[in-house]
Ligand binder design. Structure first.
Ligand code: GDP
Length: 480
């Protein structure tokens, strides 16, 4: 990377960041200005205390974050070539795991943890996520500088062995008086986390963690329900979300995650060309984890059973013949656009055959798909950009049909502010009985946390605390 010169567009940045390749924050964020005309169901109102806490957070981020004087001297990139005590600034670095939906949920949970513990959130987006979001915090950046120590080791076994809190607990039991005096710890909350890693969610361990200035947190899930189950955070959380715990992700996700100008251009071009004119937009998200175990006809049967019995869509055309009565019903419906989001093109083709193409003129139903990537890729920026585009296009829907267990669907519904119909996609481990309904309406907008520790379950179950069971994952927890 070239050294900054007077005429360089990044010359206003400290030299170190120019050298390390940290980009200056985007100046404008078009999606933040324009999204209210696309996300029709978003509630822009934030409770006053949450708003003041976010403003306080923004000031802290500016004071401590990577573009600040303070970061230059107290971060490990500064004069000490080591992790210093951070001055009066403490940090949590989010390191992503798994697909985009998982990452967004882990990131949002980490941000709430930062709010609750007066930390600054930095993100380790490698090249495959760099271009997806606008900078969320004014006059600063949340991107971890490229030359941050250990950055390439964050995901490695040795780093976890030496720095993870779980391993530390496994080896010996630290308490506030422990001789352990590192200034950096990894918090490992990936779905493969150990019983020791889970002890992060125990109140008695937060006092120790509070003193560590640098936490590197890896997570692929929405662990916010577990924060609500901790006495340490409960009263502050009640203040932050006083009336409605069921919009926590909706509020935080929309605050934090605005599509970058590049992503916004893709989203709005597709929306304006195909979805804008319909009187009703229906998003159908189809996620099949094991296509061999759950073939297309089985999935289609569940989807159609849901959309027909819940009167989301008219009775589908199963043959080339259409009855006169069907035609009349369809003609009287509002004009609809159906957006099919799926890795596969087959579902789009099936739904288009049933509702679209030849019927478009007479029935006002049009079926679209924005991408069909075939399979999940990793480390691919353009693939993640398409995933983000699909999530956001789904979020413009008036009615959402999502797939069980899918974080992709949770994020779309949460951003949208639309309670989804969750279709139960069967597989050999989760068979569906003939009498079970094909889908359930989510009780609220909250995502499910798929891997809570046993001690976070409400005891006794269903007694009115902040968390309850998920509609689609019997062992999962969600805010209720
Ligand atoms: P989950 O696995 O359903 O919980 O969702 P994730 O988003 O965490 O991981 C699935 C990944 O597969 C996504 O991030 C995308 O990379 C890809 N993917 C799955 N479904 C879709 C889809 O409908 N559209 C696009 N563009 N990508 C998808």
């Amino acid at each position: 990377v070239l050294i900054a010169t007077v005429c360089s567009p990044i010359s206003y940045l400290p030299l170190k960041f120019a050298l390390s390749g940290t980009k200056p924050p985007e100046q404008t964020c078009e999606s933040r200005e324009q999204r209210s005309s696309y996300l029709k169901h978003r509630s822009p109102e934030l409770p006053p205390y949450l708003l003041s806490k976010l403003q306080e957070y923004e000031r802290r981020h500016r004071r401590c974050g990577p573009l600040s004087e303070s970061f230059n001297t107290t971060s490990p990139l500064g004069t000490h070539n080591d992790f210093s005590d951070g001055g009066d600034c403490k940090f949590v670095v989010y390191t992503p795991s798994q697909g985009l939906g998982n990452r967004i949920l882990g990131l949002t949970s980490t941000f709430l943890f930062a709010l609750l513990t007066d930390r600054v959130l930095l993100v380790d987006f490698s090249a495959d996520m760099d271009e997806l979001f606008c900078e969320p915090f004014p006059n600063s950046t949340w991107l971890l500088p490229g030359n941050f120590p250990f950055r390439s080791d964050f995901y490695g076994g040795w780093f976890r062995d030496v720095y993870s809190y779980g391993k530390l607990l496994e080896k010996k039991s630290p308490s506030s008086s422990s001789p352990w005096n590192s200034t950096l710890l990894q918090i490992f909350l990936d779905d493969k986390y150990s019983e020791y890693d889970k002890l992060f969610f125990k109140d008695e361990n937060q006092g120790f963690l509070e003193k560590i200035p640098w936490l590197v947190l890896i997570s692929d899930g929405y662990f916010i329900p577990c924060l609500f189950q901790m006495q340490t955070f409960r009263s502050e959380l009640e203040k932050l979300f006083p009336n409605n715990k069921s919009t926590v992700f909706h509020q935080l996700g929309n605050y934090l995650l605005a599509p970058s100008n590049q992503a916004w251009s893709l989203i709005t071009k597709f929306y304006d060309a195909h979805l804008a004119k319909a009187e009703q937009r229906i998003g159908i998200q189809i996620r099949v984890f094991d296509p061999q175990a759950t073939p297309t006809p089985v999935v289609m049967k569940q989807i159609l059973s849901c959309t027909e019995t819940r009167r989301i869509l008219p009775r589908s055309r199963q043959s080339n013949e259409t009855s006169k009565a069907d035609e009349v019903t369809l003609r009287n419906e509002k004009s609809k656009s159906i957006l099919v989001a799926s890795l596969s093109r087959k579902y789009y083709e099936e739904i288009d055959w049933m509702y679209g193409t030849r019927r478009r003129q007479s029935t006002g139903i049009a079926v679209y798909q924005a991408s069909h990537e075939g399979k999940q890729h990793s480390g691919d920026n353009s693939h993640n950009m398409k995933a983000w585009m699909d999530i956001y296009l789904l979020s413009t829907s008036d009615v959402l049909v999502t797939s069980s267990m899918s974080t992709f669907g949770y994020v779309a519904a949460g951003i949208a502010g639309v309670k989804p119909w969750i279709v139960m996609i069967p597989d050999p481990y989760h068979p569906r009985g003939a009498n079970e309904s094909a889908c359930e309406r989510a009780i609220n907008l909250e995502p499910c946390f798929h891997f809570p520790p046993w001690f976070a379950y409400p005891d006794p179950p269903g007694t009115g605390g902040p968390v309850g069971r998920c509609e689609d994952v019997s062992w999962g927890l969600k805010l209720v």
